[in-house]
Design a protein around this ligand. Structure first.
Ligand code: HEM
Length: 379
């Protein structure tokens, strides 16, 4: 994938794939797409003919695929409850969950880092943040796996209907039950506050709350797992970086930004044009699917000198969390979880080495850049 990014950046930074539509690779073109939400709509469902299956509430509260003005209204409510304070307040809980998960492999000198830590930590944290019962984690594993197969730009409607829609509907029904419970007996969690929040004097619809909650589970789980797994992987491949970070933990946040830039969990976004437009010398007609490859933009040499180098002192902002009105609401949480997880791993183990002879496996990198099995040897 990275070799393809390099060759497209060098030869065809805007390219029309006959089946998958317009593919865009350069930093400044992608920045322009993300800034111009009128021409480049996020409501990609309108590209499908026949339409995609109705995923009930998931579509209603799905900020990522909602355009202004409703996006602005929904986002202001959600960011008002999803505050920096709510996130930093989770620090002791994130530490506790991380330690409990690593206690599970105490004494072992080899384990799968994804299975033992990176997969479970973000689910548990999101359940905690939302105020949902932590013992329901196994349900979210099943739903998360079904949702993980969604590739809005290419998945045929039948596959969505047969494989994804049943899981989404089941999750919606579960969340609706909790939203109704919390409306009656609110507590101090994000879900209760969403249930009590108003837009222009009107409460959010139950369906919108369910949709936002489902999105949070979906957007916040696999991505954070990927960040933690990618960090352990890249630290192993760059021992000089790992050594420097071990010696001076204040370097960890900068190193994690480089992990994100070099191995962005979501390598691409999706948009659809609402009018004919010019990009990189091409005319893109109205109604075209556009794929901004943020994974490529983050290696664009015109923005990042020596782009493939792991340089923890870079200050240039990357596009890993998007840009503009849809900028990731969970970025502070993902960064906090990864920082805590890596710090605790380094406190517990003098050495963490990826066992290349073990069953190292990866997700399809066009959808999620992440190991799905990461065997490590620890001492
Ligand atoms: C939006 C990436 C973690 C919740 C986005 C977008 C990206 C992204 C690229 C923009 C999508 C677009 O413009 O089409 C990531 C990455 C993460 C991460 C790489 C981890 C490393 C999280 C977490 C949460 C979360 C932990 C919540 C707990 C959201 C939400 C949006 C979003 C609600 C929609 C914002 C909007 O459309 O206004 N994320 N995300 N994300 N993310 Fe994240």
């Amino acid at each position: 994938l990275f070799a393809w990014f390099r060759s497209m950046l060098d030869t065809q930074p805007v390219y029309r794939d006959p089946e998958k539509g317009w593919q865009v690779f350069g930093y400044s073109d992608i920045s322009r797409i993300l800034a111009d939400t009128t021409t480049f709509s996020s409501d990609t469902a309108r590209a499908f003919n026949p339409p995609q299956p109705d995923l009930d509430f998931f579509d209603m509260g799905n900020l990522v695929t909602t355009d202004p003005p409703r996006h602005r209204q929904l986002r202001s409510v959600i960011s008002s409850v999803f505050t920096a304070r709510a996130v930093t307040g989770l620090t002791p809980r994130i530490e506790k969950i991380t330690n409990a998960l690593l206690d599970g492999v105490e004494g072992a000198d080899r384990f799968d880092l994804i299975d033992s830590l990176a997969y479970a930590l973000p689910i548990n944290v999101i359940l905690e943040l939302l105020g949902l019962p932590v013992e329901d984690e196994p349900l979210f594993r099943v739903w998360g796996e079904a949702l993980g197969t969604v590739d809005a730009a290419t998945v045929p409607p039948e596959q969505l209907e047969n494989e994804v829609a049943p899981a989404v509907r089941e999750m919606n029904a579960y969340l609706l039950e909790h939203v109704r419970r919390l409306r009656k007996n609110p507590t101090d969690d994000v879900l209760s506050r969403l249930a009590g929040a108003k837009v222009d004097g009107t409460y959010l619809d139950d369906g919108e709350i369910v949709g936002v909650t489902g999105l949070t589970m979906f957007a916040g789980h696999a991505t954070t797992m990927a960040l933690i797994g990618n960090a352990v992987l890249l630290f192993d491949r760059h021992p000089e970086v790992a050594g420097a970070v071990r010696a001076d933990r204040s370097l960890l946040p900068g190193a994690l930004e480089e992990v994100l830039r070099l191995r962005p969990p979501f390598p691409r976004l999706a948009r659809i044009t609402t009018a004919d437009t010019e990009l990189g010398g091409h005319t893109i007609p109205a109604g075209s699917l556009v794929t901004p490859w943020i994974g490529a933009a983050n290696r664009d040499g015109s923005r990042f000198p020596d782009p493939d180098r792991f340089d923890i002192h870079r200050t240039t902002s990357h596009l890993v969390f998007g840009q503009g009105i849809h900028f990731c609401l969970g970025a502070p949480l993902a960064r906090l979880e990864a920082k805590i997880a890596l710090n605790i791993l380094m406190d517990r183990y003098r050495d963490i080495a990826v066992d290349e002879t073990g069953s190292l496996e990866f997700e399809n990198p066009r959808q999620l850049i992440s190991p799905t099995r990461l065997p490590v040897r620890v001492s």
